[in-house]
Design a protein around this ligand. Structure first.
Ligand SMILES: [Zn+2]
Length: 289
């Protein structure tokens, strides 16, 4: 009798705790976080409120919470919070180059996916799938690691909408440095892309591109923090915030291109398109090794 009564009490307690911790349980189940308590902290730190699209915030969005949480930042590696497993799962494949253009407002070479391709190329993190909308390039890098910048930075912009239609963003960033070998995909993209004064979107016709060729082969190591988009606000000392909060995943392994690849880009795109470093303030930067 005692045992069965205790069993009932335990069952009720279990059911109640399941309901209360539903989100946390699904997070830990998906990501096997038992190896490192910081991993769970990392996932719990993901935004519970949506990004807003600059310049108009969603009504009721707690702007003050992220007004100062802007990107890019300088990452100081001795101050990062080390996490274990539980990071993003990247599902990127081959896309068509049917919409490649120079965005005159954001000052970036941008490659947009079709709506169908967006549904097929996404990143899973926590309990959300973030769908890839576009990717674009910066010269030089926007982020710095221990005050060191790189030759370029590639940003994959991924978004998701919740049931209420509110939007959450995840930026997947790749630092690009130089080597002597180069990269055929970068060369093809930079060589075939339209110049700044050319408003064409379809110079590649129906050519395709495997996104994996733009990324380092080992994407298991990364930094992550909550920031913002970095475009279109390039003002040196402007306090106008860009859209946020955006979950940033910045890969630790770099992709390599050659001087020739970089020159092909720079011969076309001479404008500076880098936002200056923003203060980290109270934010944590997580690091997965
Ligand atoms: Zn960017």
């Amino acid at each position: 009798m005692k045992k069965s009564l205790m069993g009932i009490i335990l069952s009720i307690a279990f059911l109640v705790s399941c309901q209360k911790n539903d989100v946390n349980n699904s997070l830990s189940n998906q990501n096997a976080l038992s190896d490192n308590p910081n991993s769970l902290e990392f996932l719990r730190s993901l935004p519970s409120y949506p990004s807003f699209l600059y310049p108009a915030p969603f009504a009721g969005t707690p702007i003050r919470e992220y007004l100062n949480d802007q990107s890019p930042i300088n990452i100081v590696t001795c101050n990062t919070v080390k996490i274990g497993s539980g990071g993003p799962s990247v599902h990127y494949g081959t896309i068509t180059l049917s919409d490649v253009y120079y965005d005159v407002i954001e000052k970036v070479l941008k490659i947009k996916l079709t709506p169908l391709e967006s549904t097929q190329n996404y990143i899973s993190l926590g309990n959300r799938n973030y769908y890839l909308e576009e990717f674009h390039f910066h010269y030089k890098s926007e982020h710095s690691i221990n005050n060191k910048f790189d030759s370029m930075e590639l940003h994959f912009v991924n978004k998701t909408n919740d049931a209420a239609g509110l939007q959450y963003g995840l930026a997947y960033g790749v630092m690009i440095s130089l080597n002597s070998i180069g990269n055929d995909s970068y060369q093809r993209l930079f060589f075939g892309a339209p110049a700044i004064d050319n408003q064409s979107h379809n110079l590649f016709g129906n050519e395709t591109l495997d996104l994996a060729t733009l990324l380092p082969s080992d994407q298991s190591k990364y930094y992550s923090y909550l920031g913002s988009l970095t475009t279109p606000n390039y003002a040196e000392h402007s306090d106008i915030p860009n859209a946020g909060p955006i979950t940033w995943i910045l890969l630790k392994n770099k992709q390599k291109i050659s001087r020739t690849n970089l020159d092909t880009y720079r011969n076309k795109y001479t404008e500076n398109n880098v936002r200056t470093i923003r203060p980290l303030l109270c934010r944590r930067v997580y690091e997965k090794n």
